[in-house]
Design a binder for this molecule. Sequence first.
Ligand code: NAD
Ligand code: ZN
Ligand code: ZN
Length: 344
Amino acid sequence: MTRTMQAAVVEQFGKPLALRELAIPTPGPGQILVKTEACGVCHTDLHAANGDWPVKPSLPFTPGHEGIGLVVALGAGVTAVKEGDRVGVPWLYSACGHCEYCLAAREPVCAEAQFGGYTKNGGFAEYIVADPNYVAHIPAGLAADAAAPLICAGITSYKGIKETQAKPGEWVVISGVGGLGHLGIQYAKAMGLHVCAVDVDDGKLAHAKRLGADATVNALHGDAVAEVVKATGGGAHGVLITAPSLAAFKQGVGMTRKFGTCVLVGLPPGEFPTPLFDVVANCITIRGSFVGNRRDMAEALAFAADGKVKADFELQPLSAINDVFKRLAHGQVPSRVVLDFSHR
Ligand code: NAD
Ligand code: ZN
Ligand code: ZN
C-alpha cells in the first residue's frame, strides 16, 4: 500500500491550486525526506502559480519554499543531516557546488541551481524531498512556524540590506512592508541603521512604526520621493525595494542618496524606467539581489535565535491556500501567512 500525502498543486497557471492526495515521495541517493511542520507563503509562490516570470516552472508543481520540518528518512550516502533534525527547504534547493559562482559563495546564481517550489516540488505538501547540503539548519529554540518566514523573507531582506552597504547610523529605505519588509525593518534596526519604511497601506506603516521604523512614508499620497529625501536629510544611503509593484522601483531610485545603493529584490513582471541622468550624475548604484547563500541563511536565522528579529505570522491550514493567495495579491496579508501542518 502506498501512503499518501496532501499537497496543493499548480496544474494551470493563473488557476486555483488543486488539493491532491499524492504518493509520499521516496528520497533517492543523496536526498532526504522532510515531514513538513510549517510553510510560509511568499509572494514569489503567487508569481510562480501565475507563471509571471520569463522562465516558468513545468506543470504540475507544488509551490512553497519556506517549508520547515523534521528529517524523517535519509537516502543512501547522506551524512550532512540525521533523522530528527529540524531543517528548512529553501528557494535555493541545490546548486552544482563547483562553478565559479558556487566557489565564490554566490550559489543562488549557479546555472545549475534548482529552486524549491519552482523547479522542485516544495512545501505546500506534507512531505518534501530535499538536498541535505542546501537545507537550512533551524537553531534549537526556534519553533517551526516562527522559522518559516525567515528562510526566504528573512534571508532575502537581510542579504539585501547587506548589499546596500549602508553603515550603522546611516539611513535605509525599506519599500514594501509585507513578508520581506516587516523582517527587513527589524534586521536593519538590529544592524544599527535608521529606517524609513515606505508602503501604500497605512496599517502596514503603523506596523512598521511598531517594529522600530524611524520614519514612514505612504507612497500613494503626495510626493513620496520628496518626503523620503526630507526625512533622511538628502536620501537614503541604502534603499531596499521589496514591493511587488513597478511603481516602487522608479521611486526607489529617486529615494537613493548620492553615492548610495538601491537594491532590487521585488520581482513584479516587467520593466521600469530609469532616470539615467540622475543615476549617472548622482553616482547611484542599482543592484539586484537574489535570496542569499548558506552563510547568509545561518546569519539570518541567528538574529532570530538571539531574539533580535521575530516574524509576525498568521497560521492557516493548507486547504486555505487559494484564499491566502487572493489576499496576498491584494496586499491584504498583514505580514506573513504560515501554513500549519502540525495537526496532521
Ligand atoms: P508581500 O505581498 O508580503 O508584501 C508586499 C508589500 O509591498 C505589501 O505590504 C504591499 O502593501 C507593498 N506595496 C505594494 N505596492 C507598493 C508600492 N508601490 N510601494 C511600496 N509598497 C508597496 O510580498 P513579499 O512576500 O514580501 O514579496 C515581495 C516581492 O519580493 C515579490 O515580488 C517576491 O516575488 C519578491 N521576492 C524576491 C526575492 C529575491 O530573492 N529577490 C525573494 C523573495 C521574494
Ligand atoms: Zn520567497
Ligand atoms: Zn554552481
